[in-house]
Design a protein around this ligand. Sequence first.
Ligand SMILES: NC(=O)c1ccc[n+]([C@@H]2O[C@H](COP(=O)([O-])OP(=O)(O)OC[C@H]3O[C@@H](n4cnc5c(N)ncnc54)[C@H](OP(=O)(O)O)[C@@H]3O)[C@@H](O)[C@H]2O)c1
Length: 249
Amino acid sequence: MSTILVTGGSGVLGSLVVPLLSDAGHDVRVLSRRPGAGTHTGDLATGAGVDEATDGTDVIVHCASDTRHFGRQDVEQTRTLVEAAAGSAEHIVYISIVGIDSIPLYYYVRKLACEGVIATSGIPYTIFRATQFHQLIEYLLNGVRRLPVAPLPLDFRFQPVAAREAAARLAELVEAGPAGGRAPDMGGPEVHTLSELAATWQAAGLPPRKIVRLPVPGRVGDAFRRGLNTCPDLATGVETWAEFVASRQ
Ligand SMILES: NC(=O)c1ccc[n+]([C@@H]2O[C@H](COP(=O)([O-])OP(=O)(O)OC[C@H]3O[C@@H](n4cnc5c(N)ncnc54)[C@H](OP(=O)(O)O)[C@@H]3O)[C@@H](O)[C@H]2O)c1
């Protein structure tokens, strides 16, 4: 049994990892800024509570990210975490995103820098990159659901994966011990354009009713159109987007 701290254990991915690690018999801690949402209240932005949360931990699963603000402070926050954990942690597992080194999106540039912080922390580590979760595509579609005509980058490609399956892989990587680098990437079973994903969503009767193509110029748009965020050779996820949508109805 290990003592494991899951940062972001209250988020979409982390909340699915926590029960898997608990069921495997580990003593699991969850860091959250919101009192009561985790076992430990703390904030990686200020450092408050982080020493207490990391003290005596064997393993850290780092899922926390300022996703609402494109990871604005993620690099500093990851540094705060590894500095606090340096004395005790024997393994840090970091969740990252497929293709971040090929797509100059602000959030991805910061994720890549976080990978660097982890790799040079001196703590044995594993970096695991996954493709976009089904929930992220759902978030995109829900974000425009009230618009009479919803603009979306319909020609972007995605290979959405079930967050539950990425969580299961993360739990396996904890048990496997430090990889000393990147574990194999993980993608969902199918690559689709956003147009195709939206059509499946709409066919299930879900809004928005009318979507038009939002042109996204530049290198970021080009990268998503080319599917540099996908890994079709590592399509180890099982649940399809259509199955996820059916579960949401
Ligand atoms: N979503 C995707 O499609 C996808 C795909 C591949 C990889 N990933 C990666 O997976 C990770 C988790 O993503 P997610 O979608 O599960 O994110 P999420 O639901 O937005 O959760 C973010 C988590 O980070 C915590 N957090 C944020 N700022 C914090 C701070 N200053 N101090 C402490 N905790 C903080 C939040 O905790 P509180 O709000 O409770 O404090 C929350 O639990 C991210 O690193 C993301 O890049 C996501």
